[in-house]
Design a protein around this ligand. Structure first.
Ligand code: FBP
Length: 574
């Protein structure tokens, strides 16, 4: 990495993240207030059986007070887990400053390359000199990240060994729902084993699907949706200037459509597909295609041969018939991995798959373009599962809408031929070609935003989360997720505390087994953000009401620089 910094980077180095008033007081002037015992998000009895030690912990809120009984030097390990999200570095600098403020001899160790770094003991001591250049920067490059999970008995035992050898008072795991599920499992294991190391989780993911009543949003969602919205706004303006292209824009968000919904609220495109709605209404792929094609047609009739369509990354899996097809493919490809990989020639592979698929899924499979079929069969993860995020849904939609429009035009020409003869039919064909063109561009925005410098919101939020982790550790808490709340208000009104990890869990069936996991928060079609979108989207179809959010701003009035997402404001009634 270059040591040369851009003028903006230099200016951001000097930024002092704003803290909720309770955290600005310093550890010596803090106390904790506890709620009554909590249960679980669902399936409480089963969850209690899995987590007898940590079930029922109270929600914690920091309040003014006298501080913890003793403030000894702390040894803390930190792990970044899963996909990058803007603000990860500030969690670490907040944690660093927090434990140093508790005791100047406290030490912070960064496990490298994600959870694997923890159970294989690959770490770097994070000193003041080491962390300094990373303040307010994007990315996870300070210590790296990874997608390994701490779930096997040998991993848990290795974590215990490492924690004992390094005399860790606590491990902080910065991750999404799966990583925080692992954090809960590790905390329970340490408690059961009588280990003194505490485990604290921090809610991270740009997807925005790790949230609950008390965890208002995961960090990274604010910055990435602002980056994507800037880009979408720019494309809206290009489309309205050139007036010749339909832009299909796929947006990251593997399982939930929060990113797409937020970007739609910020930019007001002509069409936005929301996976959760598609699933609820049980639309088929053909119905989704028809809906999009009808908007394209209506706009062309009105002389508008351009438009913007937002597509969530996970759309394909929300379509019930495709979800079933993917489920069947996962089983077939997993159970026949070696045999399948040995089949020579794509046609032979397809034949084999078709024999194994149910009749319905075989039909759905046959309707998909070859490229998508190939992506379904070849892009698999190490468990043999289809890598849904690699499927080019935006291109699939373009192809199918194009086919649909071509068929509609061909039908009209055929009718004219029958009723009015060849000459009229040929004339109509030319007219339709001119009136209903479908020229397209496809985009996928994901990696463009995940490592950008955090917005003021994310810089402040993540630094506060890191500080919160240090306070929870100082008070000897384990199995908590850091919670900074009242986020739709200015930072001067934010509060901080912790939510028991186990209280966020329910039971889900994974690979045929009932397992406890942190519940994923999908878009709720009866929630305020979706309702606000649904109330306006019909108007956006024909009237170009594009909004151009522009680039993230760091200098200027608070309403320009510090505004949280629309999703957060609508959810919190602001
Ligand atoms: P996390 O859930 O780990 O935060 O990652 C989210 C995400 O950015 C998704 O939006 C996307 O589908 C996925 O990661 C991409 O994964 P990878 O970085 O492995 O390509």
């Amino acid at each position: 990495m270059s040591t040369e910094k851009s003028p903006l980077e230099k200016a951001r180095d000097a930024y002092k993240p704003k803290l909720p008033p309770v955290l600005s007081r310093g550890i010596g002037a803090l106390a904790i207030e506890e709620s009554g015992p909590t249960t679980a998000a669902a399936d409480a009895m089963e969850i209690e059986n899995h987590f007898p030690k940590c079930f029922g912990l109270p929600v914690i809120r920091f309040v003014p007070g006298k501080g913890p009984r003793d403030s000894k030097a702390l040894n803390v390990g930190v792990v970044l887990s899963g996909g990058q999200a803007p603000g990860g570095h500030n969690v670490i600098t907040g944690l660093f400053d927090g434990i140093k403020a508790i005791h100047k001899d406290s030490r912070l160790f960064g496990f490298r390359g994600g959870p694997k770094g923890l159970f294989t003991k690959k770490y770097t001591e994070l000193t003041a000199e080491f962390v300094e250049p990373y303040r307010n920067t994007g990315g996870f490059d300070m210590i790296g990240s990874g997608r390994d999970k701490i779930e096997k008995p040998e991993h848990l035992a290795d974590c215990r060994k490492v924690a004992d050898e390094m005399q860790l008072d606590a491990i902080v795991i910065i991750g999404g729902d799966d990583s925080n599920t692992n954090a809960a499992v590790l905390a329970e294991y340490f408690q059961k084993e009588g280990a003194s190391t505490r485990v604290i989780g921090v809610p991270k993911t740009i997807d925005g699907d790790l949230k609950s009543e008390q965890i208002e949003i995961s960090f990274g969602f604010d910055t990435t949706t602002k980056v994507y919205s800037e880009l979408i706004g720019n494309i809206c303006r290009d489309a309205a200037s050139a007036r010749k292209y339909w832009h299909f824009i796929k947006l990251m968000g593997r399982n939930a459509s929060h990113v797409t919904l937020e970007c739609a609220l910020q930019t007001q495109p002509n069409i936005t597909l929301i996976g959760e709605e598609v699933s609820e209404k049980e639309y088929t792929l053909a119905q989704v295609v028809e809906q999009v094609a009808n908007v394209v047609w209506r706009r062309a009739e009105a002389g508008l041969k351009f438009g913007i369509c937002l597509v969530p990354e996970g759309l394909i899996e929300f379509i019930p018939e495709i979800r079933l097809l993917i489920k069947e493919l996962n089983v077939i490809l997993h159970d026949n991995k070696e045999y399948f990989d040995g089949i020579r020639g794509y046609e032979n592979q397809i034949e084999f798959i078709n024999q194994k698929l149910s009749r319905e899924s075989s039909y759905v499979f046959s309707t998909l373009p070859h490229r998508i079929q190939q992506q379904l069969l070849l892009d698999r993860d190490s468990h043999g599962n289809v890598q849904v995020s690699k499927i080019e849904t935006e291109k699939l939609l373009i192809e199918q809408v194009d086919e649909f429009l071509a068929e509609r035009k061909a039908g009209m020409v055929q009718k004219a031929r029958k009723e009015q003869g060849d000459e009229a039919a040929e004339k109509l064909k030319d007219e339709l070609k001119k009136k209903f063109p479908f020229n397209t561009q496809s985009h996928f925005f994901g990696y463009e935003g995940r490592c950008s410098a955090p917005s003021n919101f994310d810089a402040d939020y993540t630094y506060s989360l890191g500080m919160t982790a240090s306070v929870l550790i100082a008070f000897g808490k384990t199995s908590y997720m850091c919670a900074v709340s009242n986020l739709a208000a200015p930072v001067s009104e934010w509060t901080a505390g912790g939510v028991p990890l186990v209280s966020l869990m329910n039971i889900e069936t994974r690979k045929g087994k009932r397992v406890p996991v942190i519940r994923k928060a999908l878009v709720e079609t009866n929630g305020a953000p979706f309702k606000a979108f649904a109330a306006k989207r019909d108007g956006w179809e024909m009237n170009d009401e594009f909004v151009f959010p522009g680039a993230i701003q760091y200098f200027g009035p608070a309403e320009v620089c510090d505004a949280p997402t629309k999703t957060l404001r609508l959810e919190r009634g602001r």
